[in-house]
Structures are given as structure tokens and as C-alpha cells.
Design a protein around this ligand. Structure first.
Ligand SMILES: Cc1cc2nc3c(=O)[nH]c(=O)nc-3n(C[C@H](O)[C@H](O)[C@H](O)COP(=O)(O)O)c2cc1C
Length: 162
């Protein structure tokens, strides 16, 4: 099962739509769960909130993860960091994880690889493919997505029909 994590302060964002599309094209099946981190609200500001704990459990039980953020000031959002800070070092236990960021221009195209990936690795994610950066206005049609999928599919679990 693939779980999508979206760290945009705006709910139901383009970043969320992109992450769901990517998970679907990557595995051949829609994600089993989508965590729109903004829905967790103020519980993210402390430790032990039940809704945050449930979201963490969903993430830890995933077979693969797509973790997505818009680019804010050349990096991923503070909102996503609040959620990732809830995990201990190595807690993800090697789950194949695909970092994705949307941005308004190509200036920060290395941001997912240089800023998001290291944090995911610190909490135990295995990031087997290059991180993906897409321009917000063209995420559905971008050749960057097709090119990336050719590489990333080699590392994604495919969903086998029963
Ligand atoms: C506060 C803020 C900071 C931003 N900083 C950047 C940036 O540094 N680089 C960039 O390419 N886009 C930047 N953007 C544009 C967003 O990353 C881009 O529009 C993204 O698609 C927004 O996600 P959404 O469409 O899911 O809401 C910024 C947007 C906001 C609101």
C-alpha cells in the first residue's frame, strides 16, 4: 500500500493532486491513504496527539511513500517539518520513499534532493530514485514527470491484482 503525505498549509492543493497522480502512475493504483498534514492542526505543535499518532501509524505501515511539499523560500514547508519531526531517527525502517516538490520556477529544482531527502533519510526512509521537482502550472503534462517515472518505477512496489 502506498501512502501520500502532503505538507501544504493550503488543503486540497495542487501539490496534493500532483502527489496522488504520481503515486498512481508509480504503482498502477491509487494511494491507499492521503495525509494532508494541515488537517492535523495544532496537534503537530506538541507530542502525543492522538490524530498525529494515527497519521504516523499509517505512514509506518506503508509499503511505499510519496512525500510532497510546495517550495517555500527554496525549501519544503515548515508544516511538513512539524510532521516529520514527530518521527524518531530511523523510525521509517527503510520504506521506499519518493520526495516530490512543486515550485513556481526552476530556480529551486534541486530543493527536494538537497533539503527534503536528507530529512527523510534521517527518519529512516530509503529514497532509491532521484527526488522529483515539478513546475506547478504544468505538473500534469510535464515531460519531467514522464522521464522521472521511467527511473522511479524500477524501485516502486507494483500493485498485483488479486
Ligand atoms: C510563501 C511562499 C513561498 C514560495 N517560495 C517559492 C520558492 O522559493 N521557489 C519557487 O519555485 N516557488 C515558490 N513559491 C511558489 C509555490 O512553491 C508554488 O506555487 C507551489 O505550486 C504552491 O503549491 P500549491 O500549488 O500546491 O499551493 C512560493 C509560494 C509561497 C506561497
Amino acid at each position: 500500500m502506498t501512502v501520500v503525505v502532503v505538507g501544504n498549509p493550503k488543503p486540497m492543493s495542487r501539490t496534493r493532486a500532483a502527489a496522488e497522480l504520481i503515486a498512481t502512475r508509480l504503482t498502477g493504483s491509487a494511494p491507499t491513504a492521503v495525509i494532508d498534514v494541515v488537517d492535523l492542526g495544532a496537534g503537530l505543535l506538541g507530542w502525543g496527539d492522538p490524530a498525529v499518532a494515527a497519521a504516523k501509524k499509517t505512514v509506518i505501515e506503508a509499503d511505499s511513500l510519496v512525500v510532497a511539499s510546495p517550495t517555500f523560500k527554496a525549501t519544503y514547508t515548515g508544516l511538513l517539518k512539524l510532521f516529520l519531526d514527530q518521527f524518531g531517527q530511523g523510525e521509517l525502517g527503510g520504506i521506499p520513499t519518493f520526495p516530490v516538490m512543486l515550485g513556481g520556477a526552476y530556480n529551486h529544482a534541486l530543493a527536494p534532493e538537497l533539503t527534503l531527502r536528507p530529512v527523510l533519510v534521517e527518519i529512516g526512509a530509503s529514497c532509491p530514485a532521484p527526488s522529483l521537482y515539478l513546475i506547478d502550472s504544468e505538473f500534469e503534462t510535464s515531460p519531467d514527470l514522464d522521464n522521472w517515472l521511467e527511473i522511479a518505477k524500477k524501485f516502486a512496489p507494483t500493485v498485483v491484482a488479486p
